[in-house]
Structure formats: structure tokens, C-alpha cells
Ligand binder design. Structure first.
Ligand SMILES: *Cc1c(COP(=O)(O)O)cnc(C)c1O
Length: 383
């Protein structure tokens, strides 16, 4: 049996007429920059997320960068963020000239731990913003984070690239921070046919500002109020995303069903000492961008990684795709050596990078495929 990590072909089969109609309109109009599709998608996305402004941009990475630019984050500033995320989280901060300050994570959720944010705010007086990431589709603990931000006069930029539709205490990702970045990279829960991103905000100054910054800081053609960038949401991508958005909640429900089925299978395998299934925080509604287990090290070699990577190879040989998000925490990336972090500085993130393993999860995954995945994990673990 073959169980790819992600199979977008099945999703496409079901919705292809919808999408083809939507992009055919763009093709017939030959209007490939902005135009009605971008505005229509922005309106639909703003409504879905519950934000006043939704601004389509070229990628999730740019959504974060533009959010920081709108806050005037610059060289000499610091931005507090998690050590355990995709590179773009930290890359966007460093791109502004500011310094990312990395904090460790809650080992249960893999999200930044508010206690460590409080600690960092005491030591880093130049912190101007906090960028929590809603990793794997589950929101960070936003209430304590917002309280800390307020106390220390910091802005919050949510990295919701993996969390569109996810909620925290009933509030959707993208409605809590001053600004939020979303990604429509094809493998995200709402994926385009290429790169794309979105910034949301409720702020009447920041919304129009991001709108200008994505077109070279201009609202009137050839007159530039700010130094922005070229980061529009591609019109063809907007057409694809507009057609897909109406399915998003049903896809999230499908992912949650698949996750519940994995949980049930793992509970019945008797592997609680070696496999930890995803922890769902009581304040959160997880959309399972990833279903990430923790594979513990013993009785294999010296590093927990030996067991996790051994399992990964074993599953690969049996046609099962998995991925490690992320094998090296941000504070230990080569490009950040100038900051002087050392192995051991953020031990929970470092441990997660050795033990986390994401399994195939998508609404079209079948129970038979999931049975096969868990049977093989059990076989490897020697039960
Ligand atoms: C995907 C992702 C991004 C960046 O999105 P792109 O659209 O690929 O630029 C940023 N942060 C996180 C956590 C992501 O998963």
C-alpha cells in the first residue's frame, strides 16, 4: 500500500470543475495583476477569518515581512519568537534588520511557552514585537501572550501560516494579534497552485498601510509614500483560492476525523511509552495541518533521533511518507551563528527536533491507509 505524506490529486479530482471555471475567467479577461479576483478573495477571506482587513500578498513569508514593516520594525529592534518553526518566521524578522530573540516551547504543544516569553521580555528591553507561531494548526496560548505584549508595549504578529480556521478561546487565528500572516503554499490547509499569502488586521492604520506596502508603498500610481515591495497576490492564485475557500471547513473537519482515528489506533496499540500522540490544548481547536507524534529514543542508539529516523526509513521502505518539521531549531541555523546561540540553550526545541515525526494527514486519507501506517509503526517498535 502507498500512503503519501500528502496527496493533493484526490482533492483536485473533486473540485476541478469549480477551479477551472474560476481560472478560466482570469484567462479570458487576460488581466493577470490584481483585478476583481484578488478583491473578491480578500473579501471572502476577511469574512471567513473575521478580520476587518485581509490583504493578499505574494507568500506567507512576505505576509510576515510586510506585517513587521508596517509596524516599523527595523535595525536595533528585537522581536521575540519561537525557536521551533519554519525558517520564514525568523527570516522575516532578520530581513527587517531586527534581531530575533528565540524562546523555548511547551513540550506538549510545540508552541512557544509564554513563561519563556515573559523571561525574554525582562532581559530584552529592545523588544518591539512578539511573533507567536500557531504550529501544526494549533494556536499558541494567545491570552498570556497578549497580556505580556500589552504590559511591555510590544505588538503581536501572529504567524498563522499553518493555522487558517483554527481557534483559541473561540477566536480565530488572525484576529488576536495586531497583524497576522497566512500562507497559501500548496501544502497548507488552504493551498494555492503556487505561492501566495495574506495579511489580516483590524487596525484602520495598519490595514491601508500594508495595502500600500505590497505595491511599492504607493496608493496612487507612480507616487510613492513609502519604500514598500512588489508583493501582490497573483490573480490566478486568487481565483484558485476563492474557489477552494468554501471547502476549507469541511476539509478541516475531515482532518480532525482522521486525527481522531489515529488517536484511537494508537491507544489500542499499547505504545504509550514510545509514541506520544498530539496534545490538544483545552483552549484550542486544532485544524491538524500536521499530525505530529513524538517518537522517544530508548532503547536505540545514543540519540533519540536514531529511533525517530529509523522509524522514518522503515516507513519509507513500506511506501509511507513522513516528514520531520523541523530537524534543526532556528537558533542553531547556520545563518544565525552571529547571534551566538549554542546547543543546549533551548533544550525543549532541540529535543523536539530529534523526536517529532509528522504522519500523513488529509481529508481523503482512508481508514485502511491509517491502519497500515499504525500497524507498521507498531511493527517497528517491536510490539
Ligand atoms: C509555510 C510557512 C511560512 C511561510 O510561508 P510561505 O508561503 O512558504 O512563504 C511561514 N511560517 C510558517 C510557520 C510556515 O509553516
Amino acid at each position: 500500500m502507498n500512503v503519501p505524506l500528502l496527496d493533493l490529486k484526490m482533492q483536485h479530482q473533486k473540485i476541478k470543475d469549480d477551479i477551472q471555471q474560476s481560472i478560466q475567467k482570469v484567462i479570458d479577461s487576460q488581466h493577470f495583476i490584481m483585478g476583481p479576483e484578488v478583491a473578491e478573495f480578500e473579501t471572502a477571506a476577511a469574512k471567513y477569518i473575521g478580520a476587518k482587513y485581509a490583504i493578499g500578498v505574494a507568500s506567507g513569508s512576505d505576509a510576515l515581512l510586510l506585517s513587521l514593516m508596517a509596524l516599523n520594525i527595523k535595525a536595533g529592534d528585537e522581536v521575540i519568537t519561537t525557536a521551533f518553526s519554519f525558517f520564514a518566521t525568523a527570516g522575516s524578522i532578520a530581513r527587517t534588520g531586527a534581531r530575533p530573540v528565540f524562546v523555548d516551547i511547551d513540550p506538549r504543544t510545540f508552541n512557544c511557552d509564554p513563561n519563556w516569553i515573559a523571561d525574554a521580555l525582562k532581559k530584552h528591553k529592545k523588544a518591539k514585537a512578539i511573533m507567536p507561531v500557531h504550529l501544526y494548526g494549533q494556536c499558541a496560548e494567545m491570552q498570556p501572550i497578549m497580556e505580556l505584549a500589552q504590559k511591555h508595549n510590544c505588538a503581536v504578529v501572529e504567524d498563522a501560516a499553518q493555522a487558517i480556521g483554527s481557534t483559541y478561546k473561540g477566536k480565530k487565528a488572525g484576529t488576536m494579534g495586531a497583524l497576522t500572516g497566512f500562507s497559501f503554499f500548496p501544502s497548507k490547509n488552504l493551498g494555492g497552485w503556487g505561492d501566495g499569502g495574506l495579511v489580516t488586521t483590524d487596525d484602520d492604520n495598519l490595514g491601508p498601510l500594508v495595502r500600500k506596502l505590497r505595491v511599492h508603498g504607493s496608493s496612487k500610481k507612480y507616487y510613492h509614500q513609502y519604500i514598500g515591495m512588489n508583493s501582490r497576490l497573483d490573480t490566478l492564485q486568487a481565483a484558485v483560492l476563492k474557489a477552494k475557500l468554501k471547502y476549507l471547513d469541511s476539509w478541516s473537519a475531515g482532518r480532525a476525523e482522521r486525527a481522531a482515528y489515529y488517536n484511537k489506533l494508537f491507544q489500542s496499540t499499547g505504545l504509550p511509552d514510545t509514541i506520544t500522540t498530539p496534545y490538544v490544548h483545552p483552549d484550542c481547536n486544532h485544524i491538524y495541518h500536521q499530525y505530529t507524534i513524538i517518537v522517544k529514543g530508548k532503547p536505540f542508539g545514543p540519540s533519540p533521533q536514531d529511533k525517530r529516523d529509523g522509524l522514518r526509513d522503515f516507513l519509507k521502505e513500506r511506501g509511507i511518507g513522513t516528514e520531520v518539521y523541523y530537524p534543526l531549531p532556528l537558533h542553531l541555523q547556520e545563518c544565525f551563528t552571529y547571534m551566538g546561540y549554542k546547543p543546549g540553550d533551548l533544550p525543549v526545541s532541540e529535543k523536539a527536533s530529534l523526536e517529532a515525526l509528522s504522519l500523513p494527514i488529509y481529508p481523503e486519507l482512508t481508514s485502511q491507509q491509517q491502519d497500515y501506517v499504525v500497524e507498521n509503526i507498531k511493527a517497528f517498535m517491536g510490539k
